[in-house]
Design a protein around this ligand. Structure first.
Ligand SMILES: [Zn+2]
Length: 88
């Protein structure tokens, strides 16, 4: 955007995108005990160790961390130190 000003809707768009990602992240962490064998995003095989460590896992390590990095960028939270990143 090269306009030099921000349209009124831009901030709300950002919030919406953030909420959407938060929902996606929450879904990716649902502990229904029935994780996927393949990543929901990229269809990479999810290793057994990861599936055992995180019940209901739906994303591979790289998609999960990508999602969490997006969260970090969008929300300003530092999520490092959670158990997912320790699996890397
Ligand atoms: Zn993936």
């Amino acid at each position: 955007m090269a306009g030099g000003w921000t349209r009124d809707g831009a901030v709300q768009d950002q919030i919406d995108a953030c909420v959407e990602d938060a929902v996606k992240l929450a879904r990716s962490r649902l502990s229904d005990g029935d994780g996927l064998t393949h990543c929901e995003e990229c269809e990479t095989v999810i290793p057994d160790a990861r599936r055992k460590a995180i019940s209901g896992v739906r994303l591979c390590v790289s998609c999960q961390s990508e999602l969490e990095e997006q969260q970090t960028t969008l929300t300003g939270f530092n999520r490092r130190g959670n158990k997912d990143s320790q699996l890397r």
